[in-house]
Design a protein around this ligand. Sequence first.
Ligand SMILES: Cc1cc2nc3c(=O)[nH]c(=O)nc-3n(C[C@H](O)[C@H](O)[C@H](O)COP(=O)(O)OP(=O)(O)OC[C@H]3O[C@@H](n4cnc5c(N)ncnc54)[C@H](O)[C@@H]3O)c2cc1C
Length: 393
Amino acid sequence: MAAETLLAGRIPVDLYDAMPSVGRKFLLAGKGGLNLTHAEAAEKFMSRYGARRPQLEPLLQSLGAAQLRVWAQDLGVETFTGTSQRVFPKEMKAAPLLRAWLHRLRAAGLRIHARHRWLGWDEDGGLRFATPQGGITVHPRCTVLAPGGGSWARLGSDGAWVPLLAARGIAVAPLQPANCGFEVPWSPYFRERFAGQPVKAVAASFSDATGRQHRRQGEFMVSEYGVEGSLVYALSAPLRDAIAAQRGATLLLDLLPDHDAARVAAAVSHPRGSRSLSSHLQSRLGLKGVKTALLREVLSVADMNDAAKLAATIKALPLKLRAPRPIDEAISSAGGVPFEALDEQLMLKALPGVFCAGEMLDWEAPTGGYLLTACFATGRAAGLGALGWLRSR
Ligand SMILES: Cc1cc2nc3c(=O)[nH]c(=O)nc-3n(C[C@H](O)[C@H](O)[C@H](O)COP(=O)(O)OP(=O)(O)OC[C@H]3O[C@@H](n4cnc5c(N)ncnc54)[C@H](O)[C@@H]3O)c2cc1C
């Protein structure tokens, strides 16, 4: 996006990427359906960027959800709004969009140098690259860095740039997993039987160290190691921070968010005659399968048969999260170049002529198209910043 902005200003651009081809993570993002952006109202949309909203909001006002849809349409890619207001290309995939975009960028003069790994600066401020033909150094008039965050290193974003910037005095915030799964010490029985199963229509809540209550409704997946999926990702930032501060966090699951506590208590204590507890829970409350197994995972046999305890646990099942999964498995990463190190055009104050964009910046957001939207918006802003900087000289 930065390259496109500079090319539109008639500035020749060379794009260097360590991988054999560009946009590999973008292609991966398209695998389960490319969620390009989100159609909710602007106020709600901006709130997704949390503490970094003040810095991102002006950039998202220039290139936000509506403009992105027009941009995709200009590339011949129609978008649609799904039931959850998430916006996808009609074909769901990233490949047609990337292909059309690269075609347009090349036609505008973009020179792409694949298999060029940036290694930092030499003493004269030149950019050093490792290439299959050996090391080279280039001296551009201006640089935009966009090496991504620190997840899915095999697709190129390996965070190896962090020490390169730190060596130039930039106080990079450590990269951390965001939109990630968490480890739960499942019993071997539960893991074997239920790993890979979704837990649908639940609510999850927890209070952070400041006492703030976080609550979301949705679904998550049981995995071999613990839990993952949209509901968990939505809470992953405060959960990760709570675990770092307290060495663990307890997520409270409401297995029946559409039933109030009194209704659950009445149904659980209703006489069940000769019926097993499982069939009682299924017929009275529709609780079965993985949800009942979760109850058995946290309650003793005696507590399962204690109506008050069982009813309370159905509404607030304590799931102990041990640790976030490693950053390389995360959908995105938090941390990176802090906005305090940048001017409003996203230029590094300590390195005039060097701009930063994308996930390498210190912001985070949930899944829902907010990640790509902010990457595009910061790319556009860095491109405009670079254009202004070059023109001013
Ligand atoms: C499984 C998965 C699904 C996702 N789905 C979505 C989604 O549906 N919607 C959404 O909004 N977001 C999604 N994301 C997140 C989104 O893909 C990223 O936030 C986004 O791609 C980040 O863009 P970026 O340009 O900053 O960095 P990246 O896309 O990571 O690109 C960085 C590029 O820099 C190159 N590079 C890195 N270091 C160097 C170096 N030293 N020298 C040369 N080149 C280097 C890399 O090779 C790479 O090509 C998903 C992520 C994952 C992992």
